[in-house]
Design a protein around this ligand. Structure first.
Ligand code: FEO
Ligand code: CA
Ligand code: CA
Length: 643
């Protein structure tokens, strides 16, 4: 059992004798020719940006040398850095007595998969154990499955066992990790090891808990839903829990020949389900169980430190095709949770808690003391006006058009139908809001708007100030400061906004695809992380159909870049293997280890691999079946990442 998962870690060691990524040609050049030769050759032009930033500030925020775009099937990091792989799909997570090894032929059973790393890693957070930067829990999402890769014969046959395996490959993982010397490893077995899957019981908190629209035959109380899936981005709360967004949940339900009602239509319920669970699990048949559909699309909260805790769907934060959720704190100690809906022409939200964040005490951890914090408060949706100001409009039953006469019986229905409520309020239809990042001190918020090629198309909304490009293949990052003037707080109902950057190659021939990037070019921004030093890390997710072609020809594989908000410079830090996306980033408290996720290496344009040729596009990370995995990034000198 241990042999297989050791093999992958050993293969890293074999090619990286001192755990350093010498498979990276940049690193090899450094070893062979020394720093001067390296800087003068491949990276000469990029050094100019570094020198400029240094001259302007005296102490550059970005202390690494940028790397070129890459179409290679590997991870590349800057000179002086090393990247290693842990916790790939199919590795046993370390449940005591249940550690089935990875099988290269994908013959693991559904029961095995339920105690292994899921597929398609996404948002990730490091939760230190006792404040440590060398030992902690990694909690991460497993967004979806490529069923062509997940099963030995792909989808050639389809069975209840395959549906169970796919459901077990979704959800969230909690694993224990430890640094010994320079190398991070999974601690197995671990009492913290936990998988939350598409069948794990969740409590339904907030105003939609127990609502008539949430009741099903299996759960007549409407207070317990089974599972979470399509979990995309993640946030960590100040009270020590993990927030995860249920994103494209509509692809799991099938309506068959039944006629969709207006609500089902607005939420994208289709005749057939891409994931085909409905063929062997009746609750995904939306004609038979219409309310099951309403029990997904929520932000879920997990306490990774308490493996026995029941995760909760936080309905007060509204229902959406949720990318994720991120928490700010008002000056008087209330939580403000920002979230966005990653679909074309959907919205950005914030929730302001009624109560203040409670301290730990009376025998409760802080997570336990705040068990109901996110169940009470006010949800708002954003409107970005052409003059650079904006408004947060309350989604409160009885306010404005949100009344029974307009189809909202109560607050629960407003939240379940947050799209329809936001439509009525005239919220701004955005270019696919993905991750957010919060500058707590500056009361400033950033949001990636990844792309929207339907903007301006026939019958679709045209450009507006916040979403200024038609056929927007490149995306942008919007930012706002809370309040009408300086000194505003996160609970403000007004804001001032602008764009941090319009992505895309400034030299692009098509005017609508030209970006205004200063530095290294990228498109389709998705993941975001603001680190303690003020570096805004940006990760990209252009699709397999876009990468390295046309307007993306000079941009290379998906990547991670660092943004110096002071100088406006963007510098490329990491490039990923073929047809992956780079997503999720978290640092140890001392800033010397960064964990990121590589999702769907070798993705096919259809999202379904051919089981006869599973590694047609990528063999990352171990030379065989492509596997999503966590990448651990360290500096050779053990210093702070990015500095
Ligand atoms: Fe799962 Fe919006 O990316
Ligand atoms: Ca994403
Ligand atoms: Ca994306």
């Amino acid at each position: 059992m241990a042999k297989d998962f050791d093999t992958m870690e050993d293969s890293n060691r074999a090619s990286n004798p001192s755990i350093h990524d010498v498979s990276d040609p940049a690193r090899r050049v450094w070893l062979q020719g020394g720093l001067a030769a390296f800087a003068g050759a491949a990276f000469g032009p990029l050094m100019t940006g570094c020198a400029t930033a240094g001259a302007r500030t005296g102490a550059p925020l970005l202390g690494f040398k940028g790397i070129p775009a890459s179409a290679a099937d590997r991870i590349t990091v800057p000179d002086g850095y090393v990247a290693t792989v842990i916790a790939a799909w199919g590795e046993p997570i370390g449940v005591p007595g249940q550690m089935p090894a990875w099988r290269e032929d994908a013959s693991a059973s559904a029961a095995d998969q339920a105690v292994q790393m899921g597929m398609h890693h996404d948002g990730i957070h490091f939760f230190p154990l006792a404040g440590s930067s060398t030992r902690g829990l990694l909690t991460m999402n497993h967004e979806y499955t490529d069923d062509g890769l997940l099963h030995a014969d792909g989808m050639a046959t389809w069975s209840a066992e395959k549906v169970r395996k796919a459901q077990a490959a979704h959800g969230i993982a909690v694993i224990e990790v430890e640094r010994r010397g320079d190398a991070w490893t999974m601690v197995r077995p671990s009492p913290y090891a936990r998988r939350i899957t598409a069948t794990t019981p969740f409590a339904i908190g907030g105003p939609a808990g127990g609502h008539a629209l949430m009741k099903t035959a299996a759960d007549p109380a409407g207070r317990t839903a089974l599972g979470t899936f399509n979990n995309c981005a993640s946030g960590k709360t100040p009270w020590g829990t993990y927030l995860s967004g249920e994103e494209n949940f509509n692809g799991y339900f099938a309506l068959g020949d039944a006629k969709p009602d207006a609500h089902q239509q607005r939420w994208g319920l289709r005749k057939t389900a891409f994931y085909r669970w409905n063929e062997h699990d009746e609750r995904f048949d939306a004609a038979k169980h219409p309310n099951e559909f309403n029990r997904f699309g929520w932000i879920v909260e997990v306490d990774p430190m308490d493996p026995k805790s029941t995760p909760v769907k936080r309905t007060a934060l509204g229902r959406a095709v949720h990318e994720g959720a991120w928490v700010a704190v008002t000056r008087d100690g209330r939580a403000v949770v920002y979230s966005g809906e990653d679909s074309r022409f959907e919205y950005i939200y914030k929730f302001v808690s009624r109560d203040r964040i409670a301290p730990a005490g009376n025998g409760l951890t802080q997570a336990q003391a705040n068990r109901e914090l996110l169940d009470h408060g006010t949800l708002y949706v954003a409107r970005f006006d052409a003059d650079g100001t904006g408004r947060w409009m309350p989604l409160v039953h009885g306010t404005g058009p949100l009344t029974g006469a307009k189809g909202f019986a109560d607050q629960g229905e407003v939240l379940i139908k947050a799209r329809q409520a936001s439509d009525l309020l005239g919220a701004t239809k955005m270019d696919r809001p993905e991750w957010l990042a919060i500058d707590q001190q500056a009361r400033e918020v950033y949001c990636t708007l990844t792309n929207n090629t339907a903007r301006g198309a026939k019958g679709q909304p045209g450009v507006d100030a916040a979403n200024p490009r038609a056929d927007n293949a490149m995306g942008q990052i919007i930012r706002w400061k809370e309040g009408a003037a300086a000194g505003g707080d996160f609970d403000a109902t007004t804001m001032r906004w602008d764009h941090l950057v319009l992505a895309g190659d400034p030299a692009n021939e098509r005017a609508d695809a030209k970006g205004n990037i200063k530095g290294d070019i990228f498109g389709s921004p998705d993941g975001l992380m603001l680190d303690a030093r003020g570096v805004l890390w940006v990760q990209t997710d252009a699709s397999a159909t876009q990468l390295n072609k046309g307007e993306y020809a000079r941009i290379g594989n998906n990547q991670m870049l660092a943004f110096d908000r002071g100088t406006g410079e963007v510098r490329r830090f990491l490039t990923g293997p073929v047809n992956c996306e780079i997503t999720g980033a978290t640092l140890t408290p001392d800033g010397t280890t960064m964990f990121i996720n590589v999702q769907h290496p070798g993705e096919t344009p259809s999202d379904r691999s051919d089981p006869a040729e599973p590694n047609k596009f990528s063999k990352w990370p171990s030379g065989g079946r492509p596997r999503s995995a966590t990448v651990v990034i360290r500096r050779l000198d053990g210093g702070v990442i990015g500095a």
